[in-house]
Design a protein around this ligand. Structure first.
Ligand code: NAD
Length: 462
């Protein structure tokens, strides 16, 4: 795979300050496919300086001009979508059709939405005798994970650019090639030098240097709750803005009036997509006791249909972690009805689509984020019991409710402590705010709510 051996800083690819590199591994065959530079504190500093120098001019551009640059960026992503899909498949291991439809397709939608929002957003409003201006927060330090490599980048960079902010991106070490491709796209789109900068590197080195840099005004982080907590503490100590998109353990609540086969089938598919490496995946399926056995049979059948059609996990560490969780589920008394801890292939970080029955709410597999293709079926006695189980984790990122009657599902969803709920399989909406209640995070991404994260207000009284 093609890789740059430098950092994209101030509008050009520049040599890295140090000599260390990060090997990029294809999770399908465990072969090294490229090396990228491991950024240091010096690289981060150079990138932040470039972003700060570019800020006054970019912040002062008319929203229509920023919209035009984001529209151009969207067009480059469209033109290069096959390359993007191939890059994600090579470093994440996702099957090519999934990479084309989701990993390349969704960022194009999101970039398009911000091209429109940049042009139409009310950056100025009258409140009584005041005029309130929404102004850019400043320099953004964006730190992203590997699970949706391009989506996570675009969900931060597009609104930041729309707001008039400048950005330094530190992408995940497993998926830097897609990030380099994105930097090329930004360049091709004619975004001025210094407005977007890329530093590849290790989290505890380059990521931490970015989060701690005094020239960064807002840290926008997506990743694990453990790292998010540290970044939140660092930002708090510096009185710096922070947005955290963290983990999840979402509930798929199937009420007795629902179309059971559909709810179970869509529920299993929701977890198996991206091999379970989706923070908002509905990994806990809640089924009424009267329908439980039927749901277990349907879920086992749905998982078996996936067979070996799902991709591998991203790396050896995740592979060991997910298999460890499956072993723990068995040890704590859950019943395996599909899949299991054995690696289904000799090569590659594969895990079989796995379904657990007889899971109780307090088991580790029902509480902790597994981040693999594992669904747990939990039984409930009545609606209050279902709600208690659904809300009974430290997370609150997403969820689903199924019922025969939409109003019944909505009434239940309104009682859930979670940021977004899909009603009877509702479709993804790139304009709907995405983010967590409780320990799933702070702040929102996507749509106008996502744009507001990159703005601060100034009011003038007359
Ligand atoms: P991670 O927290 O290990 O890494 C995420 C990013 O943070 C990477 O770029 C990494 O290099 C960087 N990082 C690591 N240590 C750091 C440090 N000390 N200082 C600064 N940066 C550091 O998470 P991961 O393993 O890459 O991703 C999986 C996790 O991300 C899961 O828990 C998942 O739920 C969560 N996630 C959440 C969302 C969401 O929107 N809520 C989306 C995707 C992933």
């Amino acid at each position: 795979m093609k890789a740059h051996d430098g950092m994209y800083i101030d509008g050009a690819w520049r040599p890295a300050a140090g000599r260390d590199t990060i090997a990029v591994v294809n999770p399908v065959d465990e072969q090294v496919i490229a090396e990228v530079p491991a950024g240091t504190v010096e690289d981060v500093d150079a990138a932040v300086r470039a972003a700060r120098a570019a800020l006054p001019a970019w912040a002062a551009t008319a929203p229509a001009e920023r919209a035009a640059r984001i529209a151009a960026l969207r067009d480059v992503l469209v033109a290069r979508k096959d390359e993007i899909a191939e890059s994600v498949t090579a470093e994440l291991g996702a099957p090519l059709p999934f990479s084309q439809a989701v990993h390349a397709g969704v960022p194009i939608l999101v970039a398009g939405s911000y091209a429109e929002l940049a042009a139409s957003y009310a950056f100025e409003e009258k409140v009584g005798n005041s005029t309130v201006y929404a102004e850019p927060v400043g320099v953004v330090g964006a730190i992203t994970p590997w699970n949706y490599p391009l989506h996570q980048i675009v969900a931060k960079v597009a609104p930041a650019l729309a707001a008039g902010c400048t950005v330094v991106l530190k992408p995940a070490e497993d998926t830097p090639l897609t990030a380099q491709l994105f930097a090329e796209a930004v360049h091709e789109a004619g975004v001025p030098a210094g407005v977007f900068n890329l530093v590849t590197g290790l989290g505890p080195v380059a990521g931490q240097a970015l989060a701690e840099h005094e020239g960064v005004d807002l840290v926008s982080f997506t990743g694990s709750t453990a790292v998010g907590r540290r970044i939140g503490a660092t930002a708090g100590a510096a009185v710096k803005r922070v947005a955290l998109e963290l983990g999840g353990k979402s509930a798929n609540v199937i009420l007795p009036s629902a179309d059971l086969a559909k709810a179970v089938g869509v529920g299993v598919a929701n977890v198996m997509g991206n091999s379970g490496q989706t923070c908002s995946a509905w990994t806990r399926m809640l089924v009424h006791t009267s329908q439980y056995d039927e749901a277990v049979a349907l879920a086992a059948e749905a998982a078996a249909k996936y067979g070996d059609r799902i991709g591998p996990l991203v790396n050896a560490k995740q592979h060991a972690r997910v298999r460890g969780y499956i072993e723990k589920g068995v040890a704590q008394g859950a019943r395996l009805v599909a899949g299991g801890p054995e690696a289904p292939r000799e090569q590659g970080y594969y895990v079989s689509p796995t379904v657990f029955a007889d899971v109780t709410p307090e088991m580790t597999i029902a509480q902790e984020e597994i981040f693999g293709p594992v669904v747990s079926l939990i039984r409930y006695e009545d609606e209050d019991d279902a709600l208690r189980i659904a809300n009974g984790t430290v997370y609150g990122l997403a969820g689903a409710v199924w019922a025969g009657d939409e109003a019944e599902a909505v009434a239940f969803a309104r009682r859930m402590d979670t940021g977004q709920v899909d009603i009877n399989g509702g479709r993804f909406n790139p304009l709907a705010p995405f983010g967590g209640y409780k320990q799933s995070g702070v702040g929102r991404e996507l749509g106008s709510h996502g744009l507001a994260e990159y703005l601060q207000t100034k009011s003038l009284q007359f």
